[in-house]
Design a protein around this ligand. Structure first.
Ligand code: NAD
Length: 438
């Protein structure tokens, strides 16, 4: 049965009701969901096997992005994030994109790259030539270090040599590209780097320096595009056409100014990180790759760009490209019950599908941010959602959370002090009502 990711009114129902709906839509039993998400899905004893000096665990909200359609498939996309409005923003933008046919995505082969630094190089051109002459031998040596991956159809695929700095640096670096299949691949390519380093040093008549992957895995990029009809973008006060102009302007601002591009890309990563964390992947690796890629021309640039549709001016088009080292196997986090639940909920067959979905959510978050910025400004929607956590921080519980949040939003003062004052007033009103009801 084809999955759906459309659940109108999802935000209005209880957590238990949402779990039930997602269970029915994805075929995951309620029990499985209950177990995987109980107290953040991780026991202290299990956490103790992941990292060192464990005292306990630290839970974050686990939500789902709705309305996501990528390459004509619907996905209920898990997002783990502490920031209010990220999940709502992604879901609402995904709905606009859906009206234009959904996201189209494509992904490169899962190539990760080992770097072997060679120092004290006597004759760089001769060293580079010697390494290149022995390419097949080095790739075979690399494959022997990762037999399990080779058995699964992965393995070493290419070799490049680069000279770094000036002659005085006496340094070259050898890149080995490895097809990591469905793994993120860091451990695999690090193993490769260590396995081939001595042979490379001998070939280059040099000394071995560092042996480690690069997180700028630009041979493993994902590209996602979308088309949004103007009518979907209109607000109460602005026509869809004007919103398109505003969004294209916002895109140009980011293209011309790294100060803006940094914040534009932060919006993209709001979605990508949340999916990365929910699926047990290494978000520092994805972040490092994204920002290095954004600066690859020497000018830090936006990862996502927006334009009017060529030949269809009433349509906004968006395009996002970035490296995406995500795995659906391996790594320590794959034993995390909530990460396994996320992969099951997505129903992905491999790392490529996951990369395309994560990128689609990133583009959705960016669309939502640039649309808000080009229309009402970001604070209206953001503060309305942020107000609930401020109300909780001030001590509100139960029905008083919504009441206090509403009061501080109406007062345009979303601060802890205002929430405390509002809570005192709301409590007094509540107590009075209780007395009257006696
Ligand atoms: P891994 O060490 O678990 O290797 C993947 C394993 O899965 C291999 O043994 C492989 O043979 C097996 N496998 C099973 N089915 C597979 C399939 N379909 N495709 C591919 N492999 C399959 O994990 P990894 O992905 O090599 O490394 C990821 C970990 O490395 C993450 O935890 C990450 O945080 C960490 N790490 C990251 C960095 C960095 O990004 N700079 C550096 C070091 C370590």
């Amino acid at each position: 049965m084809a999955r759906t990711s459309r659940f109108p009114g999802f935000y209005k129902i209880t957590v238990a009701e949402r779990r039930l709906l997602v269970s029915e839509a994805t075929g995951i039993s309620s029990d499985e969901m209950e177990t995987a998400l109980a107290s953040g899905g991780l026991e202290a004893d299990t956490a103790d096997k992941f990292v060192e000096n464990v005292l306990g665990t630290y839970a974050l909200p686990y939500g789902v992005c709705l309305n996501v359609r990528v390459n004509h498939h619907d996905y209920v996309v898990p997002m783990v994030v502490e920031e209010p409005s990220v999940v709502a923003a992604a879901s609402s933008a995904a709905k606009m994109v859906r009206a234009g046919g959904g996201f189209e995505a494509e992904v490169d082969a899962p190539l990760m790259t080992s770097q072997v630094q060679l120092t004290h190089v006597q004759d760089a051109p001769a060293a580079m030539a010697a390494v290149l002459r022995h390419k097949s031998e080095v790739l075979a040596l690399a494959d022997r270090a990762i037999p399990g991956l080779v058995q699964r159809g992965g393995g070493a695929r290419g070799l490049e040599v680069r000279r770094l700095g000036t002659a005085a640096d006496r340094m070259i670096v050898v890149h080995i590209h490895v097809d990591c299949r469905d793994a993120m691949g860091a451990n695999l390519v690090n193993t490769v780097a260590e396995a081939v380093a001595d042979r490379l040093a001998a070939l280059a008549d040099a000394r071995v320096g560092l042996r480690i992957l690069t997180n700028l895995c630009d041979k493993r990029c994902v590209r996602v595009t979308c088309r949004v009809p103007a009518a979907e973008l209109a607000t109460e006060t602005m026509s869809g056409e004007d919103v398109i102009d505003g969004i294209v302007n916002a895109s140009r601002f980011a293209e011309l100014d790294p100060y803006r591009a940094a914040t534009h890309n932060k919006g993209v990563m709001n979605g990508i990180d949340a999916v990365t964390i929910a699926t047990g992947n290494d978000w520092r690796a994805v972040e490092a790759g994204a920002h290095a890629f954004a600066a690859r021309s020497g000018h830090y640039a936006p990862l996502a760009v927006w334009r009017r549709g060529a030949g269809s001016p009433g349509v906004l088009t968006g395009r996002l490209e970035l490296p995406m080292a995500l795995g659906t196997v391996g790594g320590t986090l794959r034993v995390h019950p909530a990460a396994r639940l996320s992969l099951q909920m997505l129903g992905v067959t491999g790392a490529g599908d996951l990369a395309q979905i994560a990128a689609a959510v990133g583009l959705a978050n960016n669309l939502s941010a640039v649309r808000a910025l080009a229309t009402d400004g970001i604070q209206r929607g953001h503060m309305a959602l942020h107000a609930r956590s401020v109300a909780v921080a001030a001590g509100a519980a139960g029905g008083l959370v919504e009441r206090v949040a509403q009061m501080i939003v109406e007062a345009r003062d979303v601060t802890l002090e205002a929430a405390r004052r509002a809570l005192a007033i709301a409590r007094a009103a509540h107590d009075e009502a209780a007395v009257e009801g006696e």
